[in-house]
Design a protein around this ligand. Sequence first.
Ligand code: 16G
Ligand code: MG
Length: 555
Amino acid sequence: MNEEQHSLLLSSSSHYLPPQGVKLSYGTAGFRADASLLHSTVYRVGILAALRSLKTQSMIGMMTTASHNKISDNGVKIADPSGGMLSQQWEPFADALANAPSPQDLVQLINEFVKKENIPFSGARPAEVLLGRDTRPSGDALLKAAKDGVTSVIAAVAIDMGILTTPQLHWMVRARNKGMKASEHDYFGQLSSSFRCLMDLIPGDKSTFGGINDKLVVDGANGVGGVKLKVLEKLLNGLIIEVRNSGEDGGILNEGVGADYVQKEKVVPHGFGSKDVGTRCASLDGDADRLVYFCVSSESSSKIDLVDGDKILSLFALFIREQLRILNEQEDMKNSYQARLGVVQTAYANGASTNYLRQLGLEVNLTPTGVKYLHEKAAEFDIGIYFEANGHGTILFSESFIGWLEATTDKLSSGSKGSEVEKAALRLLAVSKLINQAVGDALSGLLLVEVILQHMGWTLDRWNELYQDLPSRQLKVKVADRTAVVTANAETVVVSPPGLQEAINAEIAKYLQGRSFVRPSGTEDVVRVYAEASTQEGADSLAYSVSKLVERFLG
Ligand code: 16G
Ligand code: MG
């Protein structure tokens, strides 16, 4: 770092002094706080993004959003060159950067980090950062902070992509770094053309939307997802999507709406009710990286039957497994590529879903909560499907398997035209283009659900009947220090404080199909408790007694 760079950082950062007495942490999904506290953080993450771009000599993404949190909050996170989450190795630097008390401390920290990481300042490709933000009103002012942060690194360029969903920005970063077209127009083009391709490959006469299955109503959480979905819908030919809570009619972001609300509270979002009984409904979160489906209960118009991330995962797994079976059954294809299919869940996955997937003969892997962990595990397979119950998830395809699919479809298209094998290979290729390879994406996930339901000829009810969720309950416990809870085995076992796990085990043993675990939240100052059992009363009571144990051991 030369003298010019040093003084540029010092002068620029003096306009962004950090708030007093606030400790920020990058956490599982970037920094989040009340938007008024975030100017210096966003500015500093801009510097981090530019440094990361220099280090990797690639385009980096920077997204300003607080997802499902309230409208007055905001947040910021980084997309790495692959389009995935920021490398975990850089998280401690992000924390230190955000919390440096003065411009002098900040510049010293950067200086040391640049030396340690050998970040090339001169003679290298200048830093490039793609900026995206959700619809929050605070996004505009924070955009300026982001740009000022990026451009406080000499020659760095910040490219404002405007208002986007989080997965759109991740997709763009990945596409840019692969030398592919990466505008929003290209994103919509890729999703809609692969959707139409899958529709064309539906067997028999099911390839047009019709009957009860032709309409989907989507709760857009009054955020960016609904707005983008309206654009996408026009390109789909046939699927009718009605978007409610698009944020254009005065509704407030995430207030009584959105995937987080619907999944946690198990009630209808604002704008839905008895008129929707029998209709297939879906809900996105505030930045459109979560998706759940639901239908309004015929017993009470405020209650819903929830079709969560676990069931989306199960639907995807069934479809993919079927295509692989077709490929593997053909004599001449045998042994040509034994694709490894794996599914990844967290401890929050409903026990009934895990059982169901294992009965299908699938390899089920558990990781700690947080997209970065699931994504990393899923990337180990030729086809890795991951989902959290809350609706975060996607399907990853290995480069080598995609290469094989491309070669196979090329070979087959010149020979046995229209064979089942060719169709299965074409379907898998189209899925790899439709489903976001960078990160879980509610819009692309929704299109894949829709086309698979159409392929199967299934209603939402039929899908929901794949298995019956075990009743579950989630509670949170406020404690003095949540970091006192240390877990192992993908958060299924508490190792500290000593004795707590044994006490939890003794409670679990009292319930039929009982299961319970506790973990410190990565986003709130609480310890979370999860319990399931054969009845709702059992799940409630198990969660309650485990939360009392947490209070006793940590009180
Ligand atoms: C963040 C994570 C989400 C996780 C949730 C858990 C990402 C993009 N988001 O929202 O995957 O389920 O945190 O929150 O990784 P908790 O730690 O407060 O329970
Ligand atoms: Mg989100």
